[in-house]
Write a protein that binds this ligand. Structure first.
Ligand code: KG4
Ligand code: ZN
Length: 358
């Protein structure tokens, strides 16, 4: 029997300090030997968002404990681990370097292979932790920093079909929550308070809904929310109505753009059966899951969501991406640096900023 591959994964790209030990099992999925996450929720709560210097400091304070806890809980001694994977980008450099440097040091001193993981590849391959899904599949990646439709052709092989031309979806949720004073982190609070509101109360814009393929835009929606938020002041019920209307608008946008992405996927791959994977922090939103599941029944595709614990940032998905790259001998040298920007599709056009033609 082939030896099972076991990796230590480390993640510090944003506001979660995380480490995990993951082993590939005989079914080709993962055995989660440990998955430790230390959230910086309290550090950033009073500022209503992530403060880079505070985040980096919190990573420094917590990383040693988190890695030790992950190793201890896994009951696997370091010398039995086959390699170390750490997130090297995209993200805040001050944060990334904390996990990346310690990952490189552990690999160097224990003489293990090292993999510098693209955080987005972590999300993209995360469904593989639980399920065997054949390539190619369509990925809707919705997180705090990214919003993209991609064809996942294989490990390390991605084709971008569409992306946001301004804010990321998680960012739109977080900013809306901040404007409505509904607390941090924004996404889960918008979902919670939306249940108390009337989702049809406000008619909000759906930017670029009828153009630009499956590219997305949320800036105009955010501005409209700001305008309405100023008018309603402290009226609680109106805030809930606005939160619900915002979330409903997002669902309408995702519904329309997903239909377009499905058609593009079919055309580009020649495949009639589509597996849509919805990953990233925002994929935890139940209304988005219900909306896309409903769509999947209407137009006949299969939709897969990673377990909620693998949607938000975690190191299990980084260790898993490490294992998948290790199997393909996609290893990195110890001198590898952190990258703030790092696109999964190397040929994808940069879609932000003035002068953009849609
Ligand atoms: O993937 P993630 O943990 O970090 C990044 O890679 O960015 O995503 C974090 C984002 C945040 O913007 C957060 O508000 C959003 O995911 N989020 C949600 C929900 N849970 C987390 N957005 C909407 N509804 C949720 N339930
Ligand atoms: Zn993420």
């Amino acid at each position: 029997m082939a030896k099972k591959i076991t990796f230590l994964g480390i993640e510090t790209s944003c506001d979660e300090t995380a480490a995990a030990v993951i082993r590939k099992n005989d079914q080709g999925t993962a055995e989660i030997l440990s998955n430790i996450i230390s959230s910086q929720f309290t550090e950033h709560k009073k500022f209503g968002g992530v403060v880079p210097e505070l985040a980096a400091r919190a990573h420094l304070d917590n990383i040693e404990y988190v890695i030790n806890a992950a190793l201890r809980e896994s009951k696997i001694p370091l010398d039995e681990i086959d390699g170390v994977a750490a997130t090297a980008g995209p993200g805040l450099i001050v944060c990334l370097t904390v996990g990346l440097n310690i990952g490189k040091s552990i690999a160097a001193f224990s003489n293990k292979p090292f993999v510098a993981v693209n955080h987005l590849e972590g999300h993209a391959l995360s469904p593989g932790l639980e399920k065997n899904i054949k390539f190619p599949y369509l990925l809707l990646l919705i997180s705090g920093g990214h919003t993209q439709f991609l064809i996942v052709k294989d490990v390390n092989e991605y084709q971008q079909l569409g992306t946001t031309i301004d804010d990321a979806l998680g960012e739109a949720f977080d900013k809306t929550a901040k404007m409505l004073d509904l607390g941090y982190p924004g996404g889960p609070n918008i979902e919670r308070f939306s249940k108390l509101g009337n989702k049809k109360f406000f008619k909000l814009p759906e930017p670029i809904i009828n153009k630009a393929g499956c590219n997305l835009s949320f800036a105009g929606l955010k501005t409209a929310v700001l305008r309405e938020a100023k008018k309603i002041g402290n009226d609680k019920q109106m805030k809930y109505n606005l939160a619900a209307s915002f979330q409903n608008t997002i669902n309408n946008i995702l519904n329309k753009k997903t239909k377009i992405a499905i058609e593009m996927f079919k055309e580009k791959t020649g495949q009639k059966n589509v597996n849509l994977i919805v990953a990233g922090g925002v994929a935890a939103n139940k209304t988005i899951r219900e909306n896309l599941t409903k769509l999947s029944k209407e137009i006949n595709f299969k939709v897969v969501y990673p377990d909620i614990k693998f949607c938000g940032d975690n190191a299990a998905m980084i260790a898993w991406a490490g294992i998948k790259r290790f199997e393909k001998r996609l290893l990195d040298k110890i001198i590898v640096n952190a990258k703030s920007r790092w696109s999964l599709d190397r040929d994808a056009p940069y879609m932000k900023g003035p002068g953009l033609k849609l």
